[in-house]
Design a protein around this ligand. Structure first.
Ligand code: BDP
Length: 659
């Protein structure tokens, strides 16, 4: 048992069942046949009839399942809907649900449910912690690893229907003919499971690949280059999804290099893709080392462009305004552009949450953003609703997340990392699902349905994200990681001549008066980018949620918190609670050894040891460092530090960050 099967542990049905049961397919499409095959192999219940009904367009890629004791009917408008319906049935079976009176109607909340791989062509993975890239470019297109199909099946089983194969810091080579045939080979495998391929495009490709004088989007020669390139791609991949673009961000080229706007750049690509139905996902992750608060910059650059983008452009926005921190408020850009389609970008890979060493179940983080009310069209304008088309209808809706998948046998490095891939897929399909429900499903399918195991593990998963927040960056602290690789604490971090917006002090602002980033109306005024009443809520120290306090305020060390403690004591309390929680996870896990196979048990056990050590490291580093400003004692009920600050400052991890 090595975790390679993910949550797909369906048991083949016995001969005796097969003889009594029919899986009747009334359609011919290959994907419908695949749905039939999955049920033939694994469905142990009543007979199933699979039908397509093109008139049911409201279902989109969804399905209806109705059933009585002897016969279940699965109907979809699209062949892929039958496949999703088949996986739904198999999930019910795995969960031991009652399947006698089924009345299911499922319609996906987003049209495009897409994974973003940050995979480089040399097979290193940016912010990847599960080994090398799955894509074996040197063997493609001739050799197809069996994992391509396993990957596609796993995605289809949770409703993911799209994938970006390469890093947003894109090598232009991906668009050469040499690579396009390789991409085609992958697309041919994925298509069977309803998955479309997208590529990250380097904006300077025309100049870099074919020697054009520049890549200025207003020049006819450049536009022609993209038109020809797109045509070539569609000749090989008729259902190619489109481009994801990181432009004028962290040194990547873009339209601003030529005095053009993001809209000019995105529209040029959109025009090239339009005849084929392709889309452009244009990222809003932009910021410069300027005087301006980094958290404000995306909004400032993009809001003025509202209405200027083509209808096949979607602006891809990270959940938080800085960068995938353990906790951030939602990016204020959500809901602020009513005439432009917007999509969320989450990060499944744990760049800032302990890599694949820490157990952190991310559904609560995803939900926190999805459920956050932007108030942009009145109360109830949650981030989910301003992106899923229910408030402003745009041509296509989408949701994305940076994958945590690599070549490791268990796919994600940490066995519990699989749950985050799973959770993203389930939420992309239905953002109303709760973190608890999703965890329960995943545990059942990945480990066992025994309640004595499911309950405590579910609780541990639910608590795990907050534990990470507690021992790394409680109360709205952010970006106090070690430089570059982002593993471990470095609140003292400073690089001579380095960009201030990459330095921890830029974010925590510790001084003898207090701690935190003043983003109020008298500070950087980032609060003004939020709609009322949020703006006032965040702006006022008494009403600002305490879990975001140091995000929005520079707070005196002696400030009295809701608990009655001072800020300093509260900070100590949170760091300590984080450590205690991880110790608790170790106990829960050890106690459940009888329910888990040996290999997965011991692998998770050793990861938890690393996490517990790291949690203490974080706690000691942050408290000892911040104490040099607060000059206040660590409350006596809290575990004493076991490190010296001067030793912690010497730790240099030799980790490479591949760009
Ligand atoms: C940051 C990563 C960096 C990515 C960048 C991005 O540190 O490696 O290239 O985001 O999203 O989180 O473009």
């Amino acid at each position: 048992e090595n975790g390679s099967q993910l949550w797909l542990r369906y048991v083949p049905v016995e001969k005796s069942v097969v003889n009594k049961r029919t899986i009747d397919l009334r359609a011919t499409h290959a994907m419908a046949q695949l749905a039939q095959k999955e049920l033939e192999n694994y469905w142990a219940g009543q007979s199933v009839v699979l039908k397509l009904d093109k008139k049911l367009t409201r279902l989109k890629e969804g399905y209806v399942i109705k059933g009585n004791i002897s016969r279940i009917e699965l109907v979809a408008a699209e062949p892929v809907g039958l496949l999703y319906g088949a996986y739904h049935l198999l999930r019910l079976q795995e969960m031991g649900e009652d399947i006698n009176h089924l009345q299911v109607e499922e319609i996906p909340d987003y049209d495009i449910r897409i994974l973003n791989h940050w995979d480089n062509l040399d097979r290193t993975v940016e912010r990847g912690y599960a080994g090398y890239s799955l894509w074996k470019w040197e063997e493609l297109p001739h050799q197809l690893s069996p994992r391509y199909e396993q990957y596609a099946r796993a995605n289809a089983s949770i409703g993911i229907n799209a994938t970006v194969l390469n890093n947003v810091n894109a090598s232009p080579e991906i668009l050469t003919s040499h690579y396009i045939v390789k991409v085609k080979a992958l697309a041919d495998v994925f298509r069977k499971y309803g998955i479309r391929v997208y590529l990250s495009a380097n904006f300077s490709s025309p100049a870099l690949l074919d020697g054009l004088a520049d890549s200025d989007p207003s020049r006819k020669e450049v536009q022609d280059w993209w038109n020809t390139k797109v045509k070539e791609i569609y000749q090989h991949i008729p259902d190619f999804g489109g481009f994801l673009v990181k432009a004028n961000s962290e040194g990547q080229p873009g339209p601003q290099d030529y005095g053009r706007t993001h809209a000019d750049g995105a529209n040029m690509l959109a025009d090239a893709l339009k005849p084929y139905g392709g889309v452009v996902m244009w990222r809003a992750f932009v910021y410069n080392p300027s005087e301006e608060d980094r958290a404000k910059q995306a909004y400032q650059e993009f809001v003025p462009l509202d209405g200027e983008f083509r209808d096949n452009v979607i602006i891809q926005i990270k959940n938080g305004p800085i960068d995938f921190q353990p906790r951030e408020p939602f990016t204020p850009l959500f809901g602020a552009m009513q005439h432009t389609a917007q999509m969320i970008e989450f990060q499944i890979t744990q760049e800032y949450l302990g890599f694949s060493n820490h157990l952190a179940y991310l559904a609560p983080l995803f939900k926190e953003t999805l459920d956050a009310d932007t108030y942009s069209a009145g109360e109830g304008s949650t981030v989910a609703r301003v992106t899923d088309g229910s408030i402003w209808r745009h041509k296509k809706t989408a949701i994305s997340a940076v994958a945590n998948i690599g070549e490791d046998t268990n796919w994600t490095g940490h066995h519990f990392g699989q749950a985050n891939w799973y959770a993203f897929g389930r939420l992309a399909w239905n953002h109303a699902l709760s973190s608890e429900e999703i965890a329960r499903e995943w545990i059942h399918m990945t480990f066992t349905g025994d309640a004595d195991f499911v309950k405590p593990i579910q609780q541990m998963m639910i608590d795990s994200r907050e534990a990470v927040v507690d021992y790394m960056m409680p109360l709205g602290l952010h970006h106090i990681f070690a430089f570059d690789h982002h593993y471990g604490p470095e609140p003292w971090g400073d690089r001579k001549g380095g960009r201030p917006d990459w330095m921890p002090w830029y974010y925590h602002n510790a001084d003898t008066a207090g701690l935190g980033f003043d983003r109020t109306t008298t500070g950087s005024n980032a609060v003004s980018q939020y709609s009322e009443p949020l703006r006032s809520i965040f702006n006022t120290i008494e009403t600002c949620p305490e879990n975001l306090l140091l995000w929005f305020h520079h707070v005196p060390w002696t400030h009295s918190m809701k608990s009655g403690r001072t800020l300093w004591d509260e900070l100590c309390f949170h760091y300590d609670r984080g450590v205690q929680e991880v110790r608790g996870f170790q106990k829960i896990w050890d106690k459940l050894e009888p329910y888990v196979d040996e290999q997965r048990f011991s692998e998770v056990q050793s990861k938890l040891k690393v996490q517990a050590k790291d949690a203490v490291w974080w706690k000691d580093a942050c408290l000892l460092y911040f104490q040099t400003f607060s000059n206040m004692p660590i409350p006596y009920e809290i575990e004493r530090p076991i490190h010296e600050l001067k030793d912690l400052k010497k730790i240099k991890l030799n980790m490479k960050h591949h760009n």
